[in-house]
Design a protein around this ligand. Structure first.
Ligand code: NAI
Length: 490
């Protein structure tokens, strides 16, 4: 294998360990592997230069190598400072030496980045060799998770047009001082970089609820610069990854971080959307009594019908042993809430950003000190040395704990999500700007969603019943699908 010029990972010597894990993951990712078999000769992504920003895990390595097997060139960063698996990052850089992957891919990701480093890595995925002189050599596609790469291009272009980067913005919670400082430097060095980059981008495919939410906000404000596919709302993504993925990786993260017995405890889950449902199911499965908080009457009713107590956080704050936020919102658990919790309560977030738990408020409390138990596990001690001394355990500093304290969702469920991603990249690369995918936010056609599911059935030994021609005529369907109307909710 050939190592590409220019990359930054923790330790390239971890590549062999990463390759073993990738090989096992491939076995569990039948959707991605069958896309390689189907499209490995026709190379539908030939000419695609993809800037990827998504947790640099073993599963993502299989995604990246599927994109390159279909002809794409790729540069990659993680979309979270704690989520990289360093051995996976190293293995992707080194490549596997097969004809499909003669050399590796430049990855800029390591576990435990600072915020300054994070925004540096985000810029690297748009810094293609030769692209400063010839924009046509730059990225022409984005594959995003959470929307930071997309925001970087949009805000960069907007600030370039305005000729300056403001000191603060109210636009978006991710636009902190470090982000703005990084863009200020970028503008000083090259005042047209993001305008040029934006002009080359054919489209973005977005992985998660929070990123999709940001895309719809950009579109509503008339600010979206290119077509987007909302991968999250493929049924085979949000109803599987967000739910069954969390059902696996949430307890994994809690256990690796604390090794606490979940059975018999009171677990509070804030938010009962797809992620919250998976979280509650997992915690109940381990024997916890689950209390849900919700703002949406429909989801609150669902939680109640599923047998969970539904309460306001303030009413039950002293009862919980484990608190998990899964809202995609902000300020869900405040510093005052944490002061009111039981001694040694565990607090963690699985929503995309760290603003669900008020970490800034916690560090501003006069009576709180932080003790590192181990990386990504911190005890916040209140009123130390007094009769009132007590503490809470905060996981991954308030960032996605399933990726910070464990290794995220397992391969099989991510194969569903990432098969949608690859299909979305193929769709947009071939058809962006046509009537089918104009500037706006789109979801994949249902027939492709059904295809993703179909690709995962044989591995589980599923025998699917075939609709007969007579039954199809009766229901007004095609025997080959799609089987449900767009508004069906599953
Ligand atoms: P969703 O929209 O289905 O669910 C969020 C729920 O939170 C909604 O039902 C909403 O009513 C509720 N909510 C909002 N504000 C609330 C508040 N103040 N108190 C209580 N409940 C409140 O979204 P989904 O798909 O469940 O995603 C949630 C978050 O998790 C997003 O940020 C998403 O990006 C992230 N995510 C994380 C994953 C991970 O691996 N950690 C995987 C998939 C998604």
């Amino acid at each position: 294998p050939q190592v590409p010029a220019g990359y930054k990972v923790a330790d390239i010597g971890l590549a062999e360990a990463g390759r073993h894990q990738i090989r096992l993951a491939e076995f569990e990712m039948p959707g991605l592997m069958s896309l390689r078999a189907e499209f490995g000769d026709s190379l539908p992504l030939k000419g695609a230069r993809i800037a990827g920003s998504l947790h640099m895990t073993v599963q993502t390595a299989v995604l990246i190598e599927t994109l390159t097997a279909l002809g794409a060139e790729v540069r990659w960063a993680s979309c979270n400072i704690f989520s990289t698996q360093d051995e996976a990052a190293a293995a992707v850089v080194v490549g596997d030496g097969t004809p499909e992957h003669p050399s590796g891919v430049p990855v800029f990701a390591w576990k435990g980045e600072t915020l300054e480093e994070y925004w540096w890595t985000a810029q690297q995925i748009f810094s293609w060799p030769g692209s400063a002189r010839d924009p046509a050599k730059g990225a022409n596609m984005i594959l995003d998770d959470g929307g930071d790469a997309t925001m970087l291009v949009h805000r960069g272009a907007e600030f370039e047009a305005a000729g300056r980067v403001p000191d603060t913005t109210e636009q978006d919670s991710a636009e902190g001082a470090v982000f703005l400082a990084a863009l200020r430097d970028s503008l000083n060095q090259d005042p047209r970089k993001w305008t040029r980059t934006a002009a080359q981008i054919r489209g973005v495919t977005e992985e998660t609820t929070t990123g999709v939410h940001r895309l719809y906000q950009l579109a509503a404000g008339g600010r979206l610069l290119f077509p987007a596919i909302n991968v999250n709302d493929s049924v085979t993504k949000s109803k599987f990854d967000n739910r069954y993925g969390i059902r696996h990786s949430l307890p994994d993260g809690i256990m690796r971080a604390t090794d606490v017995l979940i059975g018999g405890k009171v677990a509070v889950v804030c938010g009962y959307g797809d992620v919250g449902k998976g979280a509650a199911e997992a915690l109940r499965g381990q024997g916890a009594r689950v209390i849900v908080t919700e703002i949406d009457p429909i989801c609150a009713l669902q939680a109640a019908m599923d047998g969970h107590q539904v309460a306001r956080l303030e009413s039950i704050i002293g009862q919980g042993d484990i608190f998990i936020t899964a809202t995609g919102g902000t300020g869900i658990i405040t510093a005052a809430n944490m002061l009111a919790m039981k001694d040694k309560a565990i607090v963690g977030n699985i929503g995309h950003f760290d603003n669900e738990i008020d970490m800034a408020g916690l560090s501003r409390l006069g009576n709180a000190t932080q003790v590192e138990i181990k990386p990504q596990v911190h005890e916040w001690v209140f009123d130390r040395g007094t009769a009132q001394e007590r503490s809470v355990i905060v996981l991954s500093e308030g960032r996605l704990l399933n990726l910070g304290n464990a290794t995220g969702h397992p391969s099989f469920v991510m194969s569903n999500s990432f098969t949608n991603q690859v299909i979305a990249q193929m769709e947009l690369f071939a058809k962006a700007g046509t009537g089918e995918y104009g500037t706006g936010v789109h979801v994949l056609p249902k027939i492709l969603d059904e295809k993703v599911a179909r690709l995962h059935l044989p591995a589980l030994g599923v025998e699917l019943t075939e609709l007969s021609a007579q039954q199809a005529a009766y229901l007004g369907l095609d025997t080959a699908g799609p089987y449900k109307p767009g508004h069906y909710r599953y």
